[in-house]
Design a protein around this ligand. Structure first.
Ligand code: SF4
Ligand code: SF4
Length: 65
């Protein structure tokens, strides 16, 4: 998984799904986003930026110095 999504603060608005340029996300059970195609994520952070509830954290796979 490339994202940490706090389901408690997520409102199910769908903005992250709508704005992801890689079409990585889709709405899953209980109207919460899930990573449908995690291998297509390139860690751009758009989903986190566009989330009005600020409940997405992108988990980078390597350390950037
Ligand atoms: S980091 Fe970018 S590519 Fe990955 S899920 Fe979020 S918006 Fe999509
Ligand atoms: S943009 Fe944020 S609040 Fe809206 S569905 Fe995605 S994670 Fe939930």
């Amino acid at each position: 998984m490339n994202l940490c999504i706090d389901s408690d603060c997520c409102t199910g608005c769908g903005a992250c799904v709508e704005h992801c340029p890689g079409h990585v996300l889709s709405m899953g059970s209980e109207n919460r986003p899930c990573e449908k195609y995690p291998d297509d994520c390139w860690y751009c952070g758009v989903c986190a930026i566009e989330c009005p509830a600020e409940c997405i954290t992108v988990i980078f796979p390597y350390l950037i110095r």
